[in-house]
Design a protein around this ligand. Structure first.
Ligand SMILES: [Ca+2]
Ligand SMILES: [Ca+2]
Ligand SMILES: [Ca+2]
Length: 346
């Protein structure tokens, strides 16, 4: 008996958290996702969505991105959803590919609803919710940045691009954006494809997209650095352009993989960096650790925060999660009233 217990104990000390498979129903469709929840989590836990590429799957990007281990080391929750299956039998995110005229699934709606559900269900931060993805998953992340930046507070695209279809109607808040892209990417071309020669649909070039986000975030300073080419045999190297001093201290970064292809660096192609680690180190700079209502981040909710909320309302400012005291997705006089009640009750 002692021996069995002893064996169990040793065995259990080697068991790490396991990803769990779940389903989520929206618009009469059952959608699948894996959720990875590390054993040890603090308050204000961040939530990272990781979106697979076209023909890929939640399980495949979970394996090659290494993000479960990065989540263990840094204390965040990871959601890996599966896209729907198209007429060719491939899993996809509906970013409006030219050969998908009949696909009607609204993945912005699905991912937004799933994010809100997970925030509530697991008590995660409403603010520290981000999206990243490979190729089609990067494109979907850009679409979330354009159409759901009140929920996804930062995005990182690996080998993705911005299609003109959603770029032309993009209505984002200022949020941090990262792109990791090979200059020789033979699927999603660096210089864009305005005439749809590749058949995916017209899309803008990488630098044009980065300029767009620099402008949205009003970044006024730039720093360029070249990483050490620690793996010369991968025939590529990385130059990082950081644009900073933007709204809310947001930054926009471009990892230009010189001579790099259509890859998730660290898994294939460039081996000088690991894309998953770079993505998390980017997002981790923008984590908001503050209590609801503490608009000025001074660790106390008081009359000064109420004044800031009323300014926010009078100036019709962007949605601010911290100002939405009663959590109804609106910032209005009811937030001031419920904050006042709460302060008086102390
Ligand atoms: Ca290299
Ligand atoms: Ca305060
Ligand atoms: Ca509210």
């Amino acid at each position: 008996m002692f021996k069995i217990l002893h064996t169990l104990f040793i065995f259990s000390s080697f068991i790490y958290a396991q990803p769990q498979s779940h389903s989520f129903t929206i618009n009469n469709e059952t959608r699948e996702y894996y959720l990875y929840t590390p054993d040890s989590l603090g308050p204000g836990v961040p939530l990272l969505f990781v979106l697979h590429g076209y023909t890929g799957s939640a399980a495949s990007i979970m394996n090659y991105s290494n993000l479960n281990q990065i989540a263990d080391e840094n204390g965040f929750v990871v959601c890996y959803p599966d896209g729907m299956i198209d007429d060719s039998g491939n899993q996809f995110w509906n970013v409006g590919y030219d050969f998908h005229p009949d696909e009607t699934v609204d993945d912005v709606e699905f991912l937004s609803a799933l994010a809100k559900f997970l925030q509530q269900e697991y008590g995660l931060s409403n603010y520290n919710t981000f999206s990243t993805g490979m190729s089609n998953g990067g494109e979907m992340s850009y679409m979330l940045a354009c159409q759901a930046s009140d929920i996804f507070r930062g995005i990182a695209s690996v080998a993705g691009i911005m299609f003109e279809s959603f770029y032309n109607s993009c209505e984002p808040s200022a949020i941090p954006v990262l792109e990791i892209h090979g200059t020789q990417d033979d699927v999603n071309w660096w210089d864009g494809d305005p005439n749809n020669e590749g058949g995916w649909g017209p899309y803008i070039g990488i630098e044009e997209g980065i300029d767009y986000w620099i402008n949205i975030n009003n970044c006024t300073q730039t720093n360029t650095s070249t990483l050490l080419d620690i793996f010369p045999s991968d025939n590529s190297s990385v130059v990082i352009e950081k644009h900073f001093n933007g709204i809310n201290n947001n930054e926009v970064w471009l990892y230009k993989v010189l001579n790099g292809g259509h890859d998730w660096p660290g898994e294939s192609g460039n081996m000088d960096i690991n894309a998953g680690e770079e993505v998390w180190s980017f997002f981790s700079q923008f984590l908001v650790i503050a209590d609801k209502g503490d608009i000025n981040f001074d660790d106390s909710v008081n009359i000064f925060d109420m004044l800031l909320i009323s300014d926010n309302i009078l100036n019709n400012e962007r949605y601010n999660y911290l100002a939405d005291y009663n959590e109804d997705q609106n910032v209005n006089v009811f937030d001031i009233l419920s904050m006042r009640l709460n302060i008086l009750s102390y």
